[in-house]
Write a protein that binds this ligand. Sequence first.
Ligand code: GLN
Length: 269
Amino acid sequence: MMIKRCFAIVIAAVMMAALLSGCAADNSNTETEQTHDELLYLEAEGQTYDIGTDLSFEPFIISEDGELSGIDIELMQAIADEMGFSVEWHPLGFALAFSAMDHEMVDAVMAGASITEERERKYDFSNGYYECSIAVAVSPDSGYESLEDLRGSTVAVKIGTTGAAYAESIAREYGFEVAYYDNSDQLYDALANTDAAACFEDYPVIRYQILHEGLDMTIIAESDESFTYSYGLAVRDHDQAVLISAFNEGLRRIQENGTYDEIVSSYLR
Ligand code: GLN
């Protein structure tokens, strides 16, 4: 009887120990992971990052008299303030910002850059911060009402963008030529002076031009989900893990405290 009870106690003790050590092991694992992540984004504090951006991509990047504003600029600034790092902007143009990053002249690109599978093969991206499709816009008095009407004409796109990739992907089907420009303003000019029948650009960007800048354009088509992407902060592959971690944590915080919504809704209503 006595022996049996002792045995039972020993078994109970062993089970308890196993259980406790199991718990302890689990706990320490999570703690280590957590600490590792925290340490990573803490390392951004006090750093200054060189960020390449577009020349103009309203309302995400607005350049007026050498002053930058817009959703991307303000989101990045809010995240930097939250996480204690500084940012130096380099408005280079979309494609040039990426080549500057390839040549290690800037640390990252924040320019309404869509997270595509193709780009993910070459770059690392933060979590997405804004999702949208691509719009096809024409002059209202042009008579073009659908993609079919563009047969035989030339459409304007910005070099290296998803708008360009979308136009290229349907050019043969709809029988149009694609003309390449360096920045968004040139697309609208090409449309206005009839160098191009249509322009392909991200939906909220076109919408902003129509609603807030009073540009005479109508949207006649929109990409489906195969050309709908989220914008992300881009860095060289396996580089800038600290910045990406700090950006993601900062984005999470400003989404939680309402700053994100305030910034986005101040430009896009
Ligand atoms: N979102 C588009 C892309 O990543 C366009 C970005 C831009 O023109 N700044 O290609």
